[in-house]
Design a protein around this ligand. Structure first.
Ligand SMILES: Cc1cc2nc3c(=O)[nH]c(=O)nc-3n(C[C@H](O)[C@H](O)[C@H](O)COP(=O)(O)OP(=O)(O)OC[C@H]3O[C@@H](n4cnc5c(N)ncnc54)[C@H](O)[C@@H]3O)c2cc1C
Length: 464
């Protein structure tokens, strides 16, 4: 068996793994990147990019349906799913080609195949072994299901199946009202499906500030997206035409298919991690804040990890940031561990839900309820949102001295606004400082400015 030596071996070429590879190569390291499928991973091939393409196609369908509201004569004649896939796959393939070119141009060696740890910093792929001075584990995650709930890929499906369906389902039950469930509900409704979400917790997007969840629920109600909250799934049976889902308490729902969107589990089983001494809990690779595992010289990034046992944000941009951080740490550069509260989070449904920083509840836990104040700025006061015919709000959570602790937004296209909110939160800006900044008119970004004017005690377009 041949052994190949390099500075860094990376197992998994998704967001976390390839970002680490690109940054490490920039810093002059020799890098081997091992990938069993396609570089780009879940995000590019089965996650962020394809779902956003479906949602954009849905937005166009909705625009066609609603065109008369804007004085435009157009008719919506239906969805050509083959055409939607052609568009979606075209975007994926363009990005994939670009990424492969980028990786090659940095002199990174890509090894195609499934790797297993066979030494503390050695990965074996077929007959070849690759040993690094450092090793980065970046094997990502898979779609979870519930005990006794079999995903067959046809009637009971996971997100990867939903992305390649060759038709629009007439009806769908979606198990899980988190980001993935809500995004599919939104896209399918736009395509013409009858959709029902089942969520065990009391709200949709339960990780968000409750104000955002409630605005999304109201918007979904208006759109005719059904949801059942605070109720558990009991069982699913196949019927002649699809599935029958029984909920706790005995209520039954029928639909063409059931999408299981109950979260993502870490891909760590059978890869030799524990055998080589890597500490794992509930499948997650445990790291410290510098993303070091329990084995000297071995790091881990992305959906696979739990930092000191805490739940981890499974997002592509988190993977990118962690990959960069690890590459820099290995290269001996000074590294500041990521503040995960400062990571922007977006659900790309219609309307979008975007947030950064602490929710009102989290802020109250940290600073005491009396140490926290909030304001709500309704998008009805925002000209561009009226032009787009979207509803929603900006909620700010702040300390009593005006330091912004959290920004929570709902409305079509507001995902783009969270980049500014991220600067406000991460630079610990005061409401009075942001209130000084001028936002261009008419844009939705003005809603950020107006919310801070309100928080600074000098509201402009706000009714008393
Ligand atoms: C439907 C859906 C929508 C999403 N939308 C968004 C979004 O809009 N924005 C966002 O930020 N995040 C989104 N995500 C999450 C995002 O995709 C993940 O957070 C991100 O892909 C994690 O990157 P990663 O590198 O940790 O893992 P992955 O991207 O899963 O990459 C892991 C890679 O490792 C490879 N691998 C695994 N085992 C081996 C092995 N033994 N040998 C060789 N290779 C191996 C896999 O083939 C894979 O390519 C979405 C996820 C899903 C499922």
């Amino acid at each position: 068996m041949a052994d190949n030596l390099s500075d860094i071996v990376i197992l998994g070429g998704g967001s976390g793994g390839y970002a680490a590879a690109l940054r490490a190569a920039e810093l002059g390291k020799s890098v081997v990147l091992i990938e069993k499928d396609k570089v780009g991973g879940t995000c590019l091939h089965r996650g962020c990019i394809p779902t956003k393409a479906l949602l954009h196609a849905g937005e166009i369908a909705d625009s066609a349906r609603e065109s008369a509201n804007f004085g435009v004569n157009a008719t919506f004649e239906g969805i050509d799913m083959a055409g939607v896939h052609k568009y979606k796959d075209g975007v994926i393939s363009k990005n994939h080609k670009g990424l492969v070119g980028l990786i090659k141009s940095r002199g990174i060696t890509i090894v195609e195949g499934s790797g297993t740890l066979t030494g503390p910093r050695t990965v074996t792929v077929g007959d070849e072994s690759y040993t690094g001075t450092n090793l980065i584990l970046a094997t990502g995650s898979y779609s979870r299901t519930l005990p006794g709930l079999d995903v067959d890929g046809t009637r009971v499906i996971a997100s990867e199946h939903a992305l390649v369906l060759d038709h629009v389902p007439a009806s769908a039950i979606i198990l899980g009202g988190g980001v993935i469930g809500v995004e599919f509900a939104s896209a399918w409704k736009s395509f013409g499906s009858d959709v029902t979400i089942v969520e065990a917790l009391p709200h949709l997007v339960p990780a968000e500030d409750e104000a955002n969840s409630k605005l999304l629920e109201r918007a979904f109600r208006r759109r005719g997206i059904n949801y059942k909250l605070g109720v558990r799934f009991e069982k699913v049976e196949q019927t002649d035409s699809g599935v029958r889902v029984t909920l706790e308490g005995g209520e039954t729902l029928e639909a063409e298919l059931l999408l299981v969107a109950v979260g993502r589990g870490p891909s760590s089983a059978g890869l030799g991690y524990e055998e080589q001494g890597v500490t794992i809990e509930r499948g997650f690779v445990i790291t410290d804040e510098y993303l070091r595992t329990s084995v000297e010289g071995v790091y881990a990034v992305g959906d696979l990890i739990s930092i000191n046992g805490a739940p981890h944000l499974q997002l592509a941009h988190v993977g990118f940031a962690e990959g960069i951080q690890v590459a820099e740490h290995i290269a001996g550069l000074p590294v500041v561990p990521i503040d995960y509260a400062g990571v922007p989070r977006i659900t790309y449904s219609s309307p979008e839900v975007a947030s950064v920083g602490l929710s009102e509840v989290q802020a109250a836990e940290k600073f005491g309820a009396e140490g926290v104040k909030t304001v709500n700025y309704d998008l009805s006061g925002n000209g561009k949102s009226a032009i787009l015919n979207t509803k929603g709000a900006v909620k700010l959570v702040a300390a009593q001295d005006g330091t912004v602790l959290g920004v929570h937004i709902v409305g079509d296209r507001v995902g783009e606004l969270i980049a500014e909110a991220q600067l406000i939160y991460n630079w610990e800006a005061l409401a009075s400082e942001v209130a000084q900044l001028i936002h261009p008119h008419p844009t939705q970004s003005e809603a950020i400015g107006e919310a801070h004017l309100l928080l600074a005690g000098k509201p402009l377009h706000v009714h008393d």
